[in-house]
Ligand binder design. Structure first.
Ligand code: 3HB
Length: 337
């Protein structure tokens, strides 16, 4: 190749929409793969972690999110955890099988994952995904599964607060099969800067009417590149929430507008300046976008609005799954660099 663009260097991801989930044509060393398809499984495959999650349905296409790096990769498995590290970043994935009540198993999974990454020296999580079956359904104690999940996750973050960096950007979203799939990225030397949204109450300060433990995540995380890698802004799953309230109930076009306005405010220069970052981003800088749509009937309208909002070259994937509140119809995440 003649020249490397910033997006071709350092830790990066791409969406492989061909039906092979193989590592063959990845331009870089594969750190991990997440196949958004029709089944759930996790294994070391071709020497690297492959998490398969049931999130593709009739109106959306399967794809594989592939994380690659220029550094040499070492992969392994410990207990139920799969991981791969490159000396600066670690990718870690695990699955909590279906059960009546999730909190203890989620606590245990997070605890084991934190113990693994701390032991290997990657103490700073910067992006997490929590893929939760029946997220707004009830557990055996009649608690919403998302709230049940939040209790176990919060306990692990509290217990590890002196050894593991603060809560990073995250996604908490529904899947089409019972059980919870988790995967995340953490850094060794790079110090993540966690961001909040001026239009929204920090999720970790939500009032208890949303659940006994508030969600453990930041609205975005800015990771300054180390060793020549570009800086990267990871945008959490973002929805039609202003303050802590869902707004535009039942109105898909309205929820799209509020969600996009929330992302604009979060990634814009004014907000980033508060965190000492001297430049901002726009919606057209967002890439590797995942758009989660609760109702299949809304997919065409959401696709059309996103095609206008994001750059033509941006990778955008659509998933027809539940969002963490029943009144949220759409949620969007992405990456800027
Ligand atoms: C979460 O609980 O990690 C979470 C949930 C969301 C959006 C982003 C993160 O609905």
């Amino acid at each position: 190749r003649q020249s490397l663009h910033a997006s071709d260097r350092g830790l990066r991801c791409f969406f492989d929409k061909s039906l092979s989930s193989g590592v063959g044509h990845a331009a870089g060393n594969v750190l991990g793969r997440v196949h958004y398809g029709h089944g759930s499984a996790s294994a070391l495959d071709q020497g690297t972690p492959l998490l398969s999650v049931h999130m593709a349905g009739p109106g959306t296409d399967p794809f594989t999110e592939v994380w690659v790096t220029d550094r040499p990769v070492r992969a392994g498995a410990r207990g139920d955890l799969l991981y791969a590290e490159d000396g600066e970043h670690i990718f870690c994935a695990t699955r909590v099988p279906a059960r009546d009540v999730y909190r203890d198993a989620v606590h245990e999974a997070y605890h084991e994952a934190f113990a693994l990454i701390a032991g290997l020296g990657y103490t700073r999580p910067f992006r997490m995904w929590n893929l939760v079956g029946s997220i707004t359904g009830g557990n055996a104690d009649d608690m919403e599964i998302y709230q049940d999940f939040c209790v176990g996750r919060a306990k692990a973050f509290e217990e590890w607060s002196d050894r593991i960096g603060p809560m990073p950007a995250a996604t908490g979203i529904g899947t089409l099969s019972p059980g919870i799939d988790l995967y995340f990225l953490a850094s060794r030397d790079g110090v993540p800067q966690h961001l909040e949204n001026p239009r929204q109450t920090p999720a970790y300060n939500y009032p208890d009417r949303y659940g006994p433990k508030s969600p453990s995540f930041a609205r975005a995380t800015y990771l300054r590149g180390t060793g020549g890698d570009p800086d990267t802004l990871y945008v959490s799953g973002t929805a039609s929430i202003v303050g802590d309230d869902t707004v535009r109930h039942g109105d898909i076009a309205g929820q799209c507008e509020v969600t996009l306005a929330n992302i604009e405010a979060l990634i814009g220069a004014e907000n980033l300046r508060r965190y000492g970052v001297e430049h901002g981003f726009r919606l057209t800088d967002l890439d590797h976008v995942k758009v989660y749509v609760r109702d299949a009937e809304h997919l065409p309208a959401v696709r059309a609005r996103c095609a206008e909002a994001f750059a033509g070259h941006a990778e955008v994937a659509y998933l027809n799954v539940d969002v963490c509140r029943r009144d949220l119809l759409v949620e969007i995440e992405g990456i800027c660099r």
